[in-house]
Design a protein around this ligand. Structure first.
Ligand SMILES: *Cc1c(COP(=O)(O)O)cnc(C)c1O
Length: 394
C-alpha cells in the first residue's frame, strides 16, 4: 500500500516504526546496543537466523526509519544513513574500488568530493581522471580498461551546470562501471538519478533534508545487491554511522521537505528573474530559466528548477562584497538548502583552494555570487536585493 503513496505522504508516514506505546511522533532510540533474553537468542541474532539489531554502528530503529523513508522517496531498494554528506560520498566511492582501479569524475564537484577523488583516492593506488562533465564525449574519452566508477553532481556547485545523467549511465553500462550521483543540489523531489540509469545516489542530508540548519547527515541509496556486496561490510567496520538523534531530527525535517523546497524554488525563480533585469548583474544562471545554457538537458532530467541561483556582478569582487554586506534578511553563509536565504562568494570561500585558472574553468569569476533561496516572503527577499544592489557602484 505504501508503495502507491505520493511523496508528500511518504515523507510524513513512510517507514514509521511505532513502539508498544503508540507514539504519534517517531521515537528516538538513543542507544548504543541491544540486550537479548537468552544466550541462545544472542547466538541466533549473530548468526543472522533472527531479525533484530546488534549494535548501533550497524543499524538502529530511528536510523532505520530515516533510511526506509529515504528509500521510498528515492525509489531505492536499500540505504545506509551516514554521519555527514562526506561520509556518504566517501563510503559510496571507496567501498567499491581497490588499488589499480580508475575513477572518472566531473571536475565541477563540491570541494571535499573533489578532494576524495583527486587527492585521497590516488594515495591508495586508485587513479582518477577529472573531465568537463557537460560533454559526454569527455566521459567516453576518459574510459580506461580499469574504469570502475563514474562520479558526478548535477546541477553543480556553484555554477549550476548540468550533466546528462542517462548519457553517462549508458557509457558506464557499456564498460560495467557504476555511476554515483551526488543529488544534493537537485533534491530527491526534482531529480531521480536511479530512474535515469545511475546505480548509486548520495545526499548530504545536512542540506534540504534537514533544511533548518541543525545537524549533519548523509545517506547512500542503491539496489540491495550492490549494498550487500559493497557497502554493507565497509559501513559496519569503518563506522560512518549517523547518530540516532540526528536521524530523528532529519526524519522531522523530511516531513516538510516538499513544502520547503516548493517555496524555496518559487522564491529562487522570482529572484532569478528580478536579478536578470538588473543592469549591475552581468548574468544569471538558474536551472528554471529558458536561458540556462543546458535547458534541453534540464527539461529531460529534472522535474523542477532549483533552490539555488548563481549570478555574476559586473563590478567583480568589490561589487559582490558590497552587495552581500548590504543585505539584511539574506545571511552570508556557505551552507545551502536552508529555510533561511543564504548567500556566498565562492571565489573567496567554498572555492578559495582552487587556482584562479581552475575556478575560471568552472565558470567562477571574482563577481560570481551563489544564493540559496529560503522560505521567507518573496517580496521581502526581492526588496532586500533591490536595496543592497542600490549600494553597489555601477
Ligand atoms: C554539502 C555537500 C556535501 C557534503 O555534505 P556534508 O554534510 O557537509 O558532509 C557534498 N556534496 C554536496 C553537493 C554538498 O552540497
Amino acid at each position: 500500500m505504501s508503495k502507491t503513496w505520493r511523496p508528500a505522504t511518504q515523507l510524513v508516514h513512510g517507514g514509521t516504526l511505532r513502539s508498544q506505546y503508540g507514539e504519534t511522533s517517531e521515537a528516538i532510540y538513543l542507544t548504543q546496543g541491544f540486550v537479548y533474553d537468552t544466550s541462545e537468542a544472542a547466538e541466533a541474532r549473530f548468526k543472522g537466523e533472527t531479525d533484530g539489531y546488534i549494535y548501533a554502528r550497524y543499524g538502529s530503529p530511528t536510523n532505520d526509519m530515516f533510511e526506509k523513508r529515504m528509500c521510498m522517496l528515492e525509489g531505492a531498494e536499500d540505504a545506509r544513513a551516514t554521519a555527514s554528506g562526506m561520509a556518504a560520498v566517501s563510503a559510496a566511492i571507496l567501498c567499491q574500488v581497490k588499488a589499480g582501479d580508475h575513477i572518472v569524475a566531473a571536475r565541477a564537484l563540491f570541494g571535499s568530493c573533489r578532494w576524495v577523488v583527486e587527492t585521497l583516492a590516488p594515495k591508495y593506488g586508485i587513479e582518477c581522471t577529472l573531465v568537463d562533465g557537460r560533454d559526454l564525449k569527455n566521459w567516453e574519452e576518459a574510459i580506461r580498461p580499469n574504469t570502475k566508477v563514474f562520479f558526478l553532481e548535477s546541477p553543480t556547485n556553484p555554477t549550476l551546470e548540468v550533466v546528462d545523467i542517462s548519457g553517462v549511465a549508458r557509457l558506464a553500462n557499456q564498460v560495467g562501471a557504476k555511476v554515483v550521483v551526488d543529488n544534493v543540489f537537485a533534491t530527491p523531489l526534482f531529480q531521480k538519478p536511479l530512474e535515469l540509469g545511475a546505480h548509486i545516489v548520495v545526499y548530504s542530508a545536512t542540506k534540504h533534508i534537514d533544511g533548518q540548519g541543525r545537524c549533519l547527515g548523509g545517506v547512500v541509496l542503491a539496489d540491495k545487491a550492490w549494498i550487500d556486496e559493497n557497502l554493507h561490510d565497509y559501513f559496519r567496520h569503518t563506522g560512518p554511522a549517523m547518530s540516532p538523534f540526528n536521524a530523528w531530527t532529519l526524519l522531522k525535517g523530511i516531513e516538510t521537505l516538499p513544502l520547503r523546497v516548493k517555496q524555496q524554488t518559487q522564491n529562487a525563480a522570482k529572484i532569478a528573474d528580478f536579478l536578470a533585469e538588473q543592469n549591475k548583474v552581468a548574468k544569471v544562471i538558474y536551472p528554471g530559466r529558458a536561458d540556462h545554457p543546458q535547458a534541453d538537458i534540464i527539461a529531460k532530467q529534472m522535474k523542477g528548477g532549483s533552490t539555488l541561483i548563481a549570478f555574476e556582478l559586473k563590478g567583480g569582487k568589490e561589487a559582490a562584497f558590497t552587495l552581500q554586506n548590504a543585505l539584511e534578511i539574506i545571511k552570508i553563509s556557505n551552507n545551502l538548502g536552508d529555510s533561511k536565504s543564504l548567500i556566498t562568494h565562492p571565489a573567496t570561500t567554498t572555492h578559495k583552494n582552487l587556482s584562479e585558472e581552475a575556478r575560471a574553468e568552472l565558470g567562477i569569476s571574482p563577481g560570481t555570487v551563489r544564493l540559496s533561496a529560503g522560505i521567507e516572503d518573496t517580496d521581502d527577499l526581492i526588496e532586500d536585493f533591490a536595496k543592497a544592489l542600490a549600494k553597489v557602484s555601477a
